[in-house]
Write a protein that binds this ligand. Structure first.
Ligand SMILES: [Zn+2]
Length: 116
């Protein structure tokens, strides 16, 4: 199992909860349920094995995708991604912080196109 980026989880649970709220919206889950699972994980060093079966489902449904499976928005929409369509895990924190979801390849493409 992949290791949870605790800094990233902390950001999503305590600093900017809008991302969690957005994925929970239009489901039968409550944001506080998902935030509760995230808090529990943070309190337990991200040890997923300590989650109950129910918490595990909540984690897989809402939190795991935010940590491990984030789509690149490409240069002008997801279909224009220069990479494999997914954002590298070490780039996720700046993505969430800046609300700009681009993978390394797309960032490089933009940087070179705006270079003098
Ligand atoms: Zn991309």
């Amino acid at each position: 199992m992949e290791d949870i980026d605790l800094d990233l989880l902390h950001y999503l649970i305590y600093i900017d909860t809008d991302y969690i709220k957005a994925v929970v919206a239009d489901t039968t889950y409550l944001p506080r349920t998902v935030l509760g699972v995230g808090t529990f994980l943070l309190d337990n060093d991200g040890d997923i094995d300590l989650l109950t079966a129910k918490q595990q489902v909540t984690f897989d449904k809402f939190i795991r995708p935010l940590l491990f499976d984030v789509a690149c928005q490409g240069l002008a929409g997801p279909e224009t991604c220069m990479g494999n369509g997914r954002i590298e895990s070490n780039l996720l924190m700046p993505c969430y912080r800046d609300n700009i979801f681009r993978c390394r390849a797309c960032r490089a493409a933009i940087a070179s196109s705006t270079a003098p």
